[in-house]
Write a protein that binds this ligand. Structure first.
Ligand code: NDP
Length: 243
């Protein structure tokens, strides 16, 4: 395909972990990919180089998901660079754990700001500039269904909000044939979970944690043509954890 015919995607929070795996997978699927990052410029740049070495095209954009202007500018730059926007994956998220009587106002505000407000801002900015027939994918969490362990109230609350948001946005964008779906991973091996992996392995029925590329496989399906009749859905991919 010529460059202008290759579809374009943006992954918010694409420098590490699940987001980075999704960036790689979409590039393998033939997308031109923009990824946003905040604290990991080196990891973001390394990913762009890896994709370039494989013949793909990608750009890294510094954009704090808490900042509406930066989020909007990232979408604009994606469209200016690639000439179009077909897929948006909203992955950026933070995990702050603590029992209800110990949660700080800073952790509460950061969690809401990135995991809820930031997701909405990214979805909104992408929807405004996306082609009809496009795809929006959010990354929630299976904690929206089964919170499972003490200290997760704030995180679970934010991820339940994402699942509800996906349903509402799906209805708004249905007339434009833009689908909106929410992936709810279970325990997956990334920086976010590195300190908990051993404990998590024991509570997952499949007796292991997930790999970022397995979550990326589901994102690939949702970004592709075969998922066109699915919208407003939240899909768990969690080794059976919520069962
Ligand atoms: P990581 O902590 O490994 O990576 C988080 C990513 O989000 C990084 O690329 C980071 O970029 C980006 N990010 C964080 N804050 C911001 C911000 N303010 N602006 C822009 N980017 C930001 O997390 P995971 O890969 O594990 O998680 C990815 C998503 O999946 C999250 O939404 C998480 O809640 C969800 N999830 C993860 C599970 C797991 O077991 N790992 C289970 C269920 C859900 P940078 O480093 O550049 O700041």
């Amino acid at each position: 395909l010529g460059e202008s015919e290759r579809k374009a995607a943006i992954v918010f929070g694409g420098s590490r972990g699940i987001g980075a795996a999704i960036v790689k997978r979409l590039a393998q699927d033939g997308f031109q990919v923009a990824l946003t990052y905040l604290s990991s410029p080196d990891r973001a740049q390394q990913l762009v180089e890896e994709i370039g070495a494989l013949g793909g095209k990608s750009i890294a954009i510094r954009a704090d998901s808490a900042d509406a202007k930066e989020v909007d500018a990232a979408v604009t730059r994606t469209v200016e660079t690639f000439g179009r926007l077909d897929v948006a994956v909203v992955n950026a998220g933070v995990l702050r754990i603590g029992p209800v009587d110990a949660v700080s106002i800073e952790d509460l505000d950061l969690s809401l700001s990135i995991n809820v407000r930031g997701v909405f801002l990214a979805v909104q900015a992408a929807a405004r500039q996306m082609a009809d027939g496009g795809r929006i994918i959010t990354i929630g969490s299976n904690t929206a269904i089964r919170t499972g362990s003490p200290g997760s109230s704030v995180y679970a609350m934010t991820k339940a909000a994402v699942a509800a948001m996906a349903k509402g946005v799906a209805l708004d964008l249905a007339p434009r044939r833009i689908t909106v779906n929410n992936i709810q991973p279970g325990p997956t091996e990334t920086d976010m979970t590195s300190s908990m992996i051993d404990r998590l392995k024991d509570i997952v029925p499949l007796r292991r944690v997930g790999r970022p590329d397995e979550i990326a496989g589901l994102a690939s399906y949702l970004a592709g043509p075969q998922s066109g009749y699915m919208t407003g859905s939240s899909l768990t991919i969690d080794g059976g954890y919520v069962l």
